[in-house]
Design a protein around this ligand. Structure first.
Ligand code: M6R
Length: 603
């Protein structure tokens, strides 16, 4: 939700800011802006729309932005409509501010300003920060004004401020991410490292409560008590190429094509051909707890939640431990009962999702042992949990999550086998099978891409879809339906196939096609065939995904035969492609669908 960038050094800031904002556009894309210090004045350009609109505006009207210090922002509106006036930066003659998060007490602060005759002109909470800074600058240094202002704020924020009269960028972080990219005689800031990997591999991840004061050759950090602190400089080797489209029309298609490799990267250093699993060091939890574990609680949102639902079946099957999977936004307001030896698992691609993060905090406050499964290095959820296992999917840019999902499955499967083994189960065969999964996934992608594209063409004008599956294919049906919804804006519902007769069958008619996901395993296959008969009897069209064809299907996507336990890795691929191609035929903005953002850092 909103992306921040900043630069201070000897290069022209504008290109670095625009490049960085393009990389962060997945975080929000309804308006954007930059402020740069030019000839001792703060020059600000902002607009409704995307970075490309901002860049055109700059090319057309602001060719003289030569300054070497600047900040930029791409927005996902929370307070105030997505228009030019509400776009960040918010500025006065002396100061300019970009902000990601929500200032909860902005009305209280506004009253304080109003009493001094200062009023807000925009609909944003962020303008209050700029106005407070400007007010305090009248009688204090920029650093004093910054500290005084930040101490008044409540809520979540990553803030970067630029001052006319000092060549220092000032940052504050609380709950929202902020990273400093360390260069040679230059420094960068961003909401996440994907904006900076083309410039540096050295990063400082600020902690909650931190304030940072950045010059081109210097970074000073103070903690929430204003004591100077050293934060470690970490080296991260994400390649700049991994955050580019690499010849694909959209990140989403590129990321689907990368799924096999993402799973391979995630498992290859953690299991071997003999069926050994090397997770102990990463998990770093008391082995006795894992041996005596009697329940697992998994919490996540969206696609990550569906990965949890698949994994529940695998965890229960291979560990014998009861698993509950909860939607994070509900979990934290519920009254969960935990057993004595519970393990709490938070799953998140971004590592920033507010609901998941707060659920994790809730679990920690309840005294649970916590583990996170996260893709973005050093993100909040990764750092908060007692231990973290990273999915090694590389940067996922498209708002619709694909390769992160299969990588989450890979971690959850390894974890199930690892705990199963500790509990005395023989999981050697399954662990070895997992090693063969990436090659099968690669074949499936290559074999189904064209076919799915062709099938999607004849389905793209329907307005409603049902997705049906049983067993492990039920969460995959949910995930397939979510993918279609979010990028094609077509209504789609995932259902357990057996539940269809309890209601959704009323929807079936010639204009409501069903996507039936049914690998050839009993008892599921025969029962699902009966469901397909019921659909046909009501003139419903059927797209069937299976390794065994049924003549009832109108369209058939043939998939590789694979051990039932591993079918989620394979069956999700054509569903992602189906959603992708339907959205493509409909001409939608696939990587940045309307109303969405990649990291949902608000509740
Ligand atoms: O970063 P997270 O995994 O915590 O994100 C959770 C959901 O917001 C996310 O999976 C969302 O549902 C995706 N847009 C799905 O494609």
């Amino acid at each position: 939700m909103c992306g921040i960038v900043g630069y201070i050094g000897d290069k022209k800031a504008i290109n670095i800011l625009l490049n960085g904002l393009s990389a962060l556009e997945y975080r929000g894309y309804d308006s954007a802006g930059i402020s740069i210090i030019c000839n001792n004045a703060i020059e600000t350009v902002k607009t409704k729309g995307k970075i490309i609109d901002l860049a055109s505006l700059i090319i057309d009207k602001h060719t003289d932005l030569n300054g070497k210090t600047g900040i930029g922002h791409t927005r996902w509106a929370t307070h105030g409509a997505p228009n030019t006036i509400n776009a960040h930066p918010h500025f006065t003659k002396r100061v300019s501010v970009v902000h990601n998060g929500i200032i909860e007490n902005y009305r209280e602060l506004e009253e304080l300003l109003n009493k001094k005759g200062i009023t807000r002109k925009t609909g944003t909470d962020t303008e209050i920060i700029a106005l407070l800074l400007d007010y305090y600058l009248k009688n204090s240094t920029p650093k004093e004004a910054f500290i005084t202002t930040i101490k008044l704020l409540r809520g979540s924020f990553a803030i970067a401020a630029l001052f006319k009269d000092t060549n220092t960028l000032m940052l504050a972080k609380n709950e929202s991410p902020l990273v400093i990219g360390v260069g040679e005689n230059e420094n960068f800031i961003a909401s996440d490292i994907s904006a900076l990997i083309q410039y540096t591999q050295q990063f400082i991840f600020l902690e909650d409560g931190d304030l940072a004061f950045i010059e081109k050759g210097k970074v000073e950090i103070e903690d929430s008590s204003l004591n100077p602190v050293k934060r470690e400089i970490k080296t991260i080797h994400w390649s700049a190429e991994s955050a580019k489209k690499g010849g694909y029309k959209h990140f989403m298609l590129k990321e689907i094509a990368e799924e096999a490799q993402a799973v391979r990267n995630t498992i290859q250093s953690r299991i071997d051909e003999k069926g050994n699993i090397f997770l102990q060091e990463e998990i770093n939890l008391d082995e006795d707890l894992l041996k005596t574990l009697d329940s697992v609680t998994v919490v996540a949102c969206g696609t990550s939640y569906y990965a949890g639902l698949c994994a529940k079946q695998i965890l229960e099957k291979f560990t014998g431990v009861a698993v509950k999977v909860e939607i994070a936004s509900e979990f934290r307001y519920s009254y969960p009962v935990f057993s004595k030896n519970n393990l709490f698992i938070a799953i998140s691609q971004s590592g920033e999702t507010a609901d998941t993060k707060e659920s994790l905090r809730f679990a920690q406050n309840s005294g649970l042992t916590t583990l996170s499964i996260v893709n973005v290095k050093e993100s909040a959820i990764a750092r908060m949990a007692d231990s973290c296992i990273y999915t090694l999917a590389g940067p996922e840019i498209s708002v619709a999550s694909t390769k992160a999902f299969v990588s989450q499955l890979a971690v959850l499967y390894m974890l199930a086998f690892y705990i199963g083994k500790l509990k005395g189960k023989d999981v050697t065969k399954e662990t070895k099978t997992l090693l063969s999964v990436p090659n099968i996934m690669q074949t499936v992608f290559e074999k189904t891409d064209e076919l799915v594209k062709h099938i999607a063409k004849s389905y793209h004008s329907y307005k409603n879809f049902l997705y049906l599956g049983r067993g492990l294919m039920y969460p995959i049906a949910l995930e397939g339906a979510l993918k279609l919804k979010e990028i094609s804006y077509i209504h789609a519902e995932g259902y357990p196939a057996g539940e269809m007769k309890h209601g959704p069958i009323a929807l079936i008619e010639e204009n409501t096609p069903s996507v039936v996901i049914s690998p050839d395993f009993e008892p599921f296959y025969s029962k699902t065939m009966s469901n397909m008969e019921e659909i046909k009897a009501r003139n419903g069209r059927i797209v069937m995904l299976s390794d065994k064809k049924s003549d009832i299907a109108d369209s058939f996507i043939e998939l590789e035969k694979i051990d039932y336990n591993f079918t989620p890795f394979v069956y999700v691929i054509p569903l992602q492609l189906f959603a992708y191609y339907i959205a493509l035929y409909l001409g939608h903005d696939i990587d940045q669908p309307r109303n969405l953002a990649k990291s949902v850092t608000v509740e």
